[in-house]
Design a protein around this ligand. Structure first.
Ligand code: COA
Length: 258
């Protein structure tokens, strides 16, 4: 499938989705959101895709936010519609049964940080700057940022970042738990692929249930109950049979992914 605003390339089980509007610092306009939805639809159905990496084109930005040009002249109802469109995309990314890693290669601001926060793991390059600057525009974060940032870094730091609109650098983002690793820009995709390759050795079925259980932290469902449910479902899988058998036979498992 070919897109106008994103690139999608698969290599050895890893689908790399690149937001590709470098002259607008990869800002998310409506068309880009729709293409990201299509790319995730296709990725979820394609058995060849095991892990997804999301990144931005160029050396400057991951995604510098929602496209501010599309905000002009919106009324309350249209503003809510825009927000809902962003929520639908980011909620589906967070709920994706395959691991999604954000390679944050530069500015991740507003909707850009919100996109990165919807991914399951975030790795940043050392030039990255992240923040939720919406209050400088007289807005608040509208693509889930008030909820996901609070879940990731706690209420005090989240409110400080949202109310001051300050950008923080990659090392501070790591210190507060917003990203897991910081690399040079050159090493960024390699680090993401290293993590992806490690996850690909594990049971895809168990990974899927782990994502669903952990997501209860944010989706409002009772997380302990959800963990019980997802744990139980694992016992129906061939991966579970293979994983336990391989352990007892002192060999490495070969997971069928079912
Ligand atoms: N929406 C639309 N266009 C954007 C954008 C956004 N969120 N972020 C950057 N751009 C565009 C700029 O308008 C500019 O376009 P132009 O060349 O046609 O004028 C281009 O991308 C380059 O950005 P520029 O501002 O010239 O780069 P810079 O290096 O001087 O500044 C930033 C970089 C990220 C600090 C600055 O672009 C910025 O503050 N962007 C908006 C961030 C934001 O508020 N995001 C939250 C939105 S909810």
């Amino acid at each position: 499938m070919s897109y106008t605003n994103i690139l999608a390339e698969i290599n050895q089980g890893i689908l790399r989705i690149t937001v590709n509007r470098p002259d607008k610092l990869n800002a998310l306009n409506k068309e880009t959101i729709s293409e990201l939805n299509s790319a995730f639809d296709a990725a979820e159905k394609d058995d060849a895709v095991r892990v997804i990496i999301v990144t931005g084109s160029g050396l400057k930005a991951f995604v510098a936010g929602a496209d501010i040009a599309e905000f002009l002249n919106l009324n309350t109802e249209q503003g809510m519609g825009l927000s809902r469109t962003g929520h639908l995309l980011l909620n589906r990314i967070e709920a994706c049964p395959k691991p999604v890693i954000a390679a944050v290669n530069g500015f991740a601001l507003g909707g850009g940080l919100e996109l990165a926060m919807a991914c399951h793991i975030r790795i940043a390059s050392d030039n990255a700057k992240v923040g939720l600057p919406e209050v400088t525009l007289g807005l608040i974060p509208g693509y889930g940022g008030t909820q996901r940032l609070t879940a990731l870094v706690g209420k005090s730091k989240a409110l400080e970042m949202i109310m001051t609109a300050d950008m923080i650098d990659a090392n501070e983002a790591k210190a507060i738990g917003l990203v897991s690793h910081v690399t040079t820009q050159q090493d960024l995709l390699g680090k993401c692929e290293e993590i992806a390759n490690k996850i690909m050795l594990r049971s895809p079925v168990a990974v899927k249930h782990a994502i669903a259980a952990v997501n209860s932290v944010i989706d409002g469902r009772n997380g302990f109950e959800r963990e019980i449910e997802e744990f139980g479902k694992c016992f129906e899988s061939q991966d579970f049979v293979e994983g336990t058998k391989a352990f007892l036979e002192k060999r490495k498992p070969v997971f069928p992914g079912k």
